[in-house]
Write a protein that binds this ligand. Structure first.
Ligand code: BG6
Length: 488
């Protein structure tokens, strides 16, 4: 039997976000969020993330008029709001000891700028955390996972307005104060780098609302406000609840040089460095020179007060959380090279790797390299809070789902994680599969891009019974967690 060096308190879990599973978009006082305006459209070019995700004000206004939820994937999710008890029970039976969820801001503060929280919204999370507690599942909670209240978008221009920092602060304090004894791991903002790549769906920034401004400047100014908001959350937690840990959370897509031409290696180094800009700010407490230079070269001016910079400096994150799905290559000259996509990143195709049905290349070793890179860069605990495979699953006539491809993906990635724990001298807090039940895809609003260990009978248009069925990968994870030291 192989003995792996898994810490006794390792967090084996699953992960999801409110807007992708909860549904109940207008129940019990919840306000609308940016996610509620993303519709599944069968005519979308699902590889053109820009087209799918960049909404206009007119599109939002028209979305608000439509009160149905059928094709609005993130309005119905998988109705976790009503199924959470049975879903949690099923998930607990895999042997997980932790689960990442997010709190929908617009369920607690329906308009974002309300003075008082919505009691019904709080009640839902009271029950949810109690149930998790009862089942021995430690919650890891994201405060902002692509679900900003719509009122803040339409009446304040989202994170561009510094007032949002105060509203986020109010929301964060209410939930942290209420749940501090049940939730020991908090992530202020999901994939804080994503504001640069998909500014609408990650942060509610809409280009046409800034006709006289350089939209790049709007994005970077908003990014700065997110850093300040996250630092405030960190400060509040550290000052009041010293037993709680706060994480920076980034998208980590490994980038390789296309070949050993040093010019390609340089390019890959530069691209990776850019992706670290965000965790650098949150872990090192200051803007890296390269990011400041980048903004200067773009000719944009981001307002940052000395007070902001001091706050960021004094309140750094305790751990580095990241999502990892895929890798890409890059080259100094991409002319004639095959292009590929991975989690809203574009890169050069890697001939050594297989590709998922959505064109993301599958690279378990890239996960191990990411662990080494992040740990060596910050010397702080790292945490894999998302890793999984989006695939089309088929429900057989006897209600089984034979998702061997997902098992292969997970096994290969977990294998690299375990090797890294044994051989690389890293401090790893945990590993979470992206996928509890199936959920609505963040980038494409599809149900058919399934990630879960548990199948949900629902299609892209929102038709189905919402019934749950256990996939082969569910049983596989259960087996893995009962062995712990051996990969089945
Ligand atoms: C991550 C997001 O980047 O990727 C998740 O944090 C998302 O919300 C996941 O679901 C997978 O992406 P997608 O677009 O396939 O759902």
């Amino acid at each position: 039997m192989t003995v792996y060096n898994v810490p006794h308190d390792f967090l084996w879990g699953v992960a999801t976000s409110a807007n992708q599973v909860e549904g109940a978009w207008n129940k019990d006082g919840k306000g609308m969020s940016i996610a509620d305006c993303e519709r599944f459209n069968p005519y979308q070019d699902l590889n053109d993330y820009q087209k799918v995700n960049d909404m206009t004000t007119a599109e939002i206004e028209s979305a608000m008029q439509d009160k149905s939820s059928k094709s609005w994937g993130k309005r119905h999710g998988v109705d976790f709001y009503h199924y959470y008890q049975s879903d949690l029970k099923l998930l607990a039976k895999t042997g997980i000891n932790s689960m990442r969820i997010s709190i929908a801001w617009s369920r607690i503060f329906p308009n974002g700028d309300d003075i008082k929280p919505n009691p019904k919204g709080l009640e839902f999370y009271d029950h949810l955390f109690n149930k998790m507690n009862e089942l021995g599942i430690q919650p890891v909670v994201t405060l902002s996972h692509y679900e900003m209240p719509l009122n803040l978008v339409l009446n304040y221009n989202s994170w561009y307005d510094p007032k949002i920092i105060d509203y986020f602060d109010r929301f964060s304090k209410v939930v942290i104060e209420r749940y501090h004894d049940k939730v020991k791991y908090w992530i202020p903002i999901n994939e804080i780098d994503s504001i640069i790549r998909h500014p609408y769906s990650s942060a509610g920034l809409i280009k046409d609302r800034f006709p006289n401004k350089d939209f790049k400047e709007v994005i970077y100014q908003s990014m700065h406000h997110q850093f300040v908001a996250a630092a405030k959350v960190t400060k509040y937690i550290h000052e009041n609840y010293p037993d709680i840990k706060v994480g920076s959370m980034i998208t980590s897509t490994m980038v390789y040089p296309y070949n050993s031409d040093p010019r390609n290696m340089l390019k890959a180094t530069q691209v990776m460095r850019q992706s670290y800009n965000f965790s650098d700010v949150q872990l090192r407490g200051k803007y890296p020179q390269v990011l400041l230079k980048q903004m200067k070269d773009m000719g944009i001016h981001v307002k940052m007060s000395n007070e902001d910079l001091q706050l960021i400096k004094d309140n750094t994150a305790d751990f580095v959380a990241f999502s990892y799905y895929s890798s890409v290559c890059t080259a100094y000259d991409t002319e004639g090279l095959k292009i590929t996509k991975a989690n809203r990143t574009t890169g050069v195709y890697n001939k050594y790797l297989p590709t998922s049905e959505w064109g993301w290349q599958i690279d378990p070793i890239g996960l191990r390299i990411t662990l080494i890179n992040l740990y060596d860069r910050y010397q702080k605990p790292v945490f894999i809070v998302e890793n999984g495979l989006g695939a089309k699953d088929k429900l057989t006539p006897d209600f089984r789902i034979h998702d061997q491809y997902r098992i292969d993906y997970l096994r290969a990635h977990i294998n690299e994680v375990l090797k890294s724990l044994s051989e690389d001298g890293i401090e790893l807090m945990g590993y979470m599969i992206w996928g509890t039940t199936d959920m609505v895809s963040a980038s494409t609003t599809q149900m058919s891009k399934r990630y879960g260990l548990i199948y949900v009978d629902l299609d892209d248009e929102g038709n189905g019974t919402y019934k749950r069925y256990l996939k082969d990968s569910y049983y596989w994870y259960q087996k893995l967690l009962s062995f712990k030291d051996e990969i089945p």
